[in-house]
Design a protein around this ligand. Sequence first.
Ligand code: F6R
Length: 610
Amino acid sequence: MCGIAAYIGQKNAYPIIIEALKRLEYRGYDSAGIVLYDGKNTKIYKEAGAISCLEKSMDQKNPIGKIGIGHTRWATHGVANTINAHPHHSQNKRLTLVHNGTVLNHHLLRESLLADDFHFYGETDSEILVNFLANQQAKENLSLLDTILQHSLKLEGRSVFVVHDLEDPNKIIACNLGGDLFIGKGKDKQILACSDKNALAGYVDQVTSLAPGTLAIIDADCQIFDLNSKLKLKPEWKKLKLNAESLEKGAYPHFMLKEIFEQEEAISKTIEHLSKSSNYKLEKMLEPYRRTITRLRKITIIACGTSWHAGLVAKHFFNELADLPVYCEYASEFMPTDVGAGDLVIAISQSGSTADTLQAVQSAKDIGAVIISICNVEGSAITNLADVSLLTKAGPEIGVASTKAFTTQLTALFLIASQCGEWRGYLSPNRKKSLWKELKNIPLKINEVLRNNPKIAELAKKYQSANNFLYLGRGTGFPIAMEGALKLKEVSYIHAEGLSAGEMKHGSIALIDKNMPSLFIATEDEHYDKIINNLLEIKARNGKIIAITDSLDTQIKKEADDVIVIPSCSPLLYPFLTVIPLQLFAYHVALLRGTNIDKPRNLAKSVTVE
Ligand code: F6R
């Protein structure tokens, strides 16, 4: 949610920042802006709309400056127009700032600024923030560094802001109050700081993540300070491993389709990373908590959206593989009574920067819970917060609708659950071994499912004009039904509801008529016969049915209007296969409806506000 890119070096900053912003556009795409310092003055350029609108508006201008800060916005406070777009300048025009996140106490700050004769041109909390800093700076005659060191902890809420001071113009200061910012160093003392590490690829060779509670002076020396102790910290520079090609669509028309097709590889890499590589081997990472795990009576999972659906699937993994009940909570609904000291919390987040998840995890940590994070972004805020940080190896996920991140989260969760099962004496080492072997075969089976792509494209044509869909499943099929419905809503803007097929008859069945198609997850597991009953209940009310099944049974083929056949596997592994046709279906319907598939309206990939 909102992307920041700041550059300082010997080159013209504009083309570098605009390219970095394009890579960050998935974080927000309703307006964009850049400030450039040309050695004398700062100049702000802003436009409502996508980054291409800003770029177009720059055609006739001559943007010059070797220091600059850019921003792509997802509106929180104030509509998406040019005035509210970032960067924002202070009333005295000395400071220019971009901001990602929210200042929760902005009302109080606004009132005190009004009392000090400040006026505001827009509606954002970010404009309040830049004036708050300018006011403190002027009142106490402080440098920007001292202003931020002394006053930033008065700002409530999670945010990251980056500021330029015209009176100390050869540096930029970045402050992290609970989000993500990665700083990269390249050749010739070039520094590029971005909200996402991927945006640095091709420009820098070394990277460090600016941890929450710290600030960085972005210049050739790149000093980092702790906001609490005010002490200087030693940054940990790592080699940036990403290459710029992994951020391109290649031959695919959309990132979403590319990422759906990358799932085979992403799952294999995640298995390899967590089960083989010596440094990150799951057993080694979890070993310090082995005693805790053997004594556990429950696990709490905290996540949002698609990651929450992965948590709901994991409920079945832990139940069946480790005899452990799981309580899977929406991060935004987390209550401190959900966990106690010594409990195990698994936090799932693709981005690692979802504000709701970070907030809930912080509360659980404060209570004394052990936190395991499952995350796709190394160095993100959640990995800094967790006791054990397990990384999925999905690679950059750029399409706003999550696909490969989901199946790699399932992979990590399956491995953790079976490891816990072994340590708890519930699963023999041999059984664990054979389960892991089956998991390793899943990518091949996904390949088979993907061969249904042309057929699913045809089905999308048949059903694209429906205005409502039901997605129904039982057992692990229920969270997959919810995930399928979410995908359709996100990219095609069609209303869809994912329900437990058993629960459907307790009310939602009233919706069924010939215009309301239902997608059934009807795999050959213990729920199969009941699912067929539910399917017949829909059919009896003239509802249209698409079934996803591995069954060779002729009845389902007779009763359903359309059937997508997937290969068989162990019942616990079905979610890896059943979700794929649903992702493809959402993609093809969206394609036919002409929506902005990779950047659907109103959404942003990384939701950094609560
Ligand atoms: C849906 C989607 C969202 C995210 C949710 C949590 O396609 O991407 O529902 O899953 O916003 O994001 P992370 O996993 O980054 O915490």
